[in-house]
Design a protein around this ligand. Structure first.
Ligand SMILES: NC(=O)c1ccc[n+]([C@@H]2O[C@H](COP(=O)([O-])OP(=O)(O)OC[C@H]3O[C@@H](n4cnc5c(N)ncnc54)[C@H](OP(=O)(O)O)[C@@H]3O)[C@@H](O)[C@H]2O)c1
Length: 328
């Protein structure tokens, strides 16, 4: 039986996407066929389908770097028909047909059983954004970050990763300073658990190689000047998780924060996260990191037929939190 997908094509050098009907035989090869219940739209999907970023390694391809649903068939004994599973990263929607579709087929090694505490819906409200926030916090803590060290700054705070970072850090007892370029999201971010919401100007970051140690660490989604400034203001043994480049892929630093304060810049790559760590992080989300106010992070719930404008909203910084896609 055919089903609906968001398929991305390249013709000459231009990239376009459209909704199409497809058959199972046309999907990328794999061991596990999943009927998708929910997916989400990520910054990376928006870059890919609009051609603003070089995301896809094959064309045509179904977009979507994450999804959750029910196993329809599996040639791998680890998964049974009817089981609830999720896939995020690993190459989904990049080197393999992705999750903005009603069905997907993937290698069994990419599939995660939805952990206790989560459903297909909550798993995809989190999606890659929530997973990445959790991965960043986990890496910081493995590098000895504690709430007692002081406040953590979260940039791009009203976006998907930012909202979850604020909310999860606050749940773990950290003081959180949310940095958002949009004042209208201040109350939302306070509801998420931020003790203070400021814009970049109010943060008043200095430009000397080493500035007053005002923050214990940071989760940065923005890059550029903001990241450069935060490195200069991070205190002894603080960690900065580098996640995104919503503003700029470049940043500038000297070695001084690193060699005089022991500051660590931690790279976060959700796509390439090794499977044992990926499984452990999803378990940790289900047990202790899932925010109480998860539904508040959903700014829009759309069906596949309505996703197209959402890609442009994300790139134009018009959305907040997560855009959830109901694929059924
Ligand atoms: N490393 C990884 O594994 C990984 C995983 C997921 C995402 N990412 C990256 O992390 C970033 C955030 O992802 P996301 O899914 O949270 O995206 P998102 O929902 O679009 O959020 C990005 C946020 O960054 C801020 N922002 C956007 N454009 C900006 C600009 N030009 N200058 C300054 N701030 C800007 C906005 O927050 P405010 O308006 O509140 O300032 C926006 O809501 C993206 O760069 C994405 O590619 C990386």
């Amino acid at each position: 039986m055919s089903f609906l997908v968001c398929r991305v094509h390249r013709e000459d050098k231009s990239i376009y996407h459209q909704l199409e009907m497809m058959d199972e035989q046309q999907l990328s090869a794999g061991d596990v066929l999943i009927r998708i219940e929910y997916s989400g739209i990520n910054f990376k999907d928006a870059l890919g389908v609009t051609g603003k970023g070089k995301i896809y390694k094959l064309f045509p391809v179904n977009a979507g770097i994450d999804c959750a649903g029910i196993v329809e068939s599996s040639s791998d004994t680890r998964f049974e028909i009817g089981e609830k599973v999720l896939v995020n990263g690993c190459g989904l929607g990049e080197i393999q047909d992705g999750g903005l579709a009603q069905k997907v087929r993937v290698p069994a090694d990419w599939v995660i059983k939805i952990p206790e505490g989560l459903t297909s819906r909550t798993a995809m409200i989190l999606g890659t954004a929530g997973f990445t926030a959790a991965l960043a916090i986990d890496r910081m803590e493995q590098n000895d970050q504690t709430p007692e060290q002081g406040a953590i700054v979260v940039t791009g705070a009203s976006g998907g990763v930012g909202s979850f970072a604020v909310s999860m850090l606050s749940r773990l007892g950290y003081e959180v300073i949310a940095v958002s370029g949009r004042d209208e999201h201040s109350d939302y971010l306070k509801n998420m658990g931020a003790s203070k919401v400021v814009n970049m100007q109010q943060l008043a970051l200095g430009t000397r190689p080493l500035e007053e140690a005002r923050f214990a660490g940071a989760i940065d989604n923005v890059g550029g000047e903001l990241l450069s400034g935060l490195i200069r203001h991070t205190g002894l043994w603080g960690n900065i998780a580098c996640i995104g480049m919503a503003a700029d892929a470049n940043y500038q630093t000297t070695v001084f924060p690193l060699i005089l304060r022991g500051v660590s810049l931690l790279g976060i790559s959700s796509t390439n996260c090794p499977m044992p760590k990926r499984e452990r992080i999803w378990q940790r989300i289900g047990k202790e990191l899932l925010p109480n106010n998860t539904e508040l992070i959903v700014s829009q719930e759309v069906c596949l037929a309505d996703i197209s404008p959402c890609f442009y909203d994300i790139l134009a910084r018009r959305h907040r939190g997560r855009i959830l896609v109901n694929c059924e």
